[in-house]
Design a protein around this ligand. Structure first.
Ligand code: 13P
Ligand code: SF4
Length: 402
């Protein structure tokens, strides 16, 4: 049966967003670059970025996530995982401009954690995160209403992964929860359960939006069982859960995942173990539970770098995380043998939106006194998101002094 809506032309062209032009307000992903975006083939791009950065001096502070391209990360003043970058965002209060080479949720967090006199800039507003997009504020509010209807909201603490919009971080602050990252998820969960009687008690955690990080941490690190975890599907009435499931669950996991890490497979780990003698498998905790179960080490991007770096020369590794970082590990530690876990997994397409043309465009505009792509979080959202972020930063956990 033809179900096409009658009010629309049958073959209305889909809006096509050409890189650097146009704006899609519905997804908050503007990709407009007013003025000229330098051509990717311009051989002088690196020199132009260096010259602009030099001209800006201490006025600009460039933060770079480990998944950024080499061509971009070379210009970062600080590189790190999400936790370290959140800590470092506030490290240079005298710098009026913070250029965030990462994705949108990281830039939002940096805006929340820096002073009103500072402006955070994301060189390409299309650098979002597919996992963060899997939970909207309206869906999360509906979920909380479902928890109220099920009679469990009073004993539930939200723990929200950094990879989420500022609005969901604000929801977390309003409901007395905490943010976590991949490097402190265990501590965050322990804190959350302490609010409702401890890990051995009967309280619950609503974990947003990465079901894998939530499950891996609860089961592998806190000793819970897989049966303690249920998955809340925002597209189904009551999340697709029965009253009995709400009552018995300890971890209510949002049905979200990373489109990159979710693709690493058990078969790839088994193949690596067959083919590479004495290989060590290290993966990010956004990978699926079955994959993490087979790994030798699990850690955030910063922890992956430290673990590989600390191993004896001659160690063989397969690494299950974003490809830019895996390639960089090979350059950083040539005395080790480093391979990518799964040949069919691509770069994170949104992290890769930050390229040298966008960085040059951002920096050269700053030299000319123009701020492009500022990230401004609504003040009320920022207030409550900060409550949840400060809760995370107050937890005992990873410290990155370098
Ligand atoms: P880390 O916090 O381990 O760097 O990972 C964050 C992430 O997934 C960025 O996409
Ligand atoms: Fe989001 Fe996954 Fe990309 Fe990280 S790697 S930014 S979680 S899509």
């Amino acid at each position: 049966m033809d179900t096409a809506p009658t009010s629309l032309p049958r073959h209305a062209p889909l809006p096509l967003l050409v890189l650097g032009h146009g704006r899609d307000l519905a997804t908050e992903r503007g990709v407009e670059c007013p003025g000229d975006l330098p051509a990717p083939a311009d051989p002088d791009l690196a020199a132009r970025a260096a010259a602009a950065k030099e001209a800006l001096g201490d006025k600009v502070f460039v933060l770079g996530h480990h998944y950024q391209r080499d061509e971009v990360i070379q210009f970062a003043d600080v590189t790190g995982d999400s936790f370290k970058l959140a800590q470092q965002a506030a490290a240079r209060p005298d710098a009026p401009w913070i250029v965030f080479c990462g994705v949108h949720f990281m830039a939002e967090s940096a805006d929340i954690l820096t002073t009103d006199a500072q402006t955070v800039i994301l060189p390409d507003l299309a650098a979002g995160c597919s996992m963060a997009d899997m939970a909207t504020a309206a869906q999360v509010d509906d979920c909380w209403d479902d928890l109220i209807d099920a009679g469990v909201a009073d004993v539930t603490i939200p723990v929200t992964y950094m990879n989420s919009s500022a609005a969901i971080k604000a929801f977390t602050g309003r409901h007395k929860g905490t943010i976590c990252t991949s490097s402190n998820a265990r501590t965050a969960l322990e804190w959350a359960f302490e609010q409702t009687g401890g890990v051995e008690g009967t309280g619950k955690v609503l974990f947003l939006p990465d079901q894998h990080l939530g499950r891996n941490t609860a089961v592998r690190e806190l000793g819970m069982s897989l049966d303690d975890c249920v998955v809340y599907d925002p597209h189904l009435p009551m999340g697709g859960l029965t009253q009995e499931q709400f009552d018995r669950a300890r971890m209510i996991l949002w049905r979200g995942h990373c489109s990159v890490h979710g693709r690493f497979s058990v078969e790839a780990v088994e193949a690596a173990r067959r083919e590479i003698p004495d290989v060590k498998v290290i993966v990010h905790p956004e990978c699926r539970y079955e994959v993490c179960e087979l790994a030798d080490h699990i850690g955030s991007t910063e922890q992956i770098i430290k673990t590989v770096g600390a191993a004896p020369p001659g160690t063989s590794w397969v690494v299950g995380t974003e490809l830019n970082l895996v390639k960089r590990l090979g350059q950083m530690f040539p005395e080790q043998t480093i391979a990518f876990l799964e040949k069919n997994v691509c770069y994170c397409s949104t992290m890769n939106r930050i390229d040298l043309p966008h960085l040059v465009w951002t920096l050269e505009n700053l030299v000319d006194g123009r701020v492009v792509n500022p990230i401004h979080v609504d003040p009320d959202v920022a207030h409550w998101a900060r409550v949840a972020l400060d809760q995370m930063l107050a937890l005992p956990g990873p410290t990155h002094k370098d």
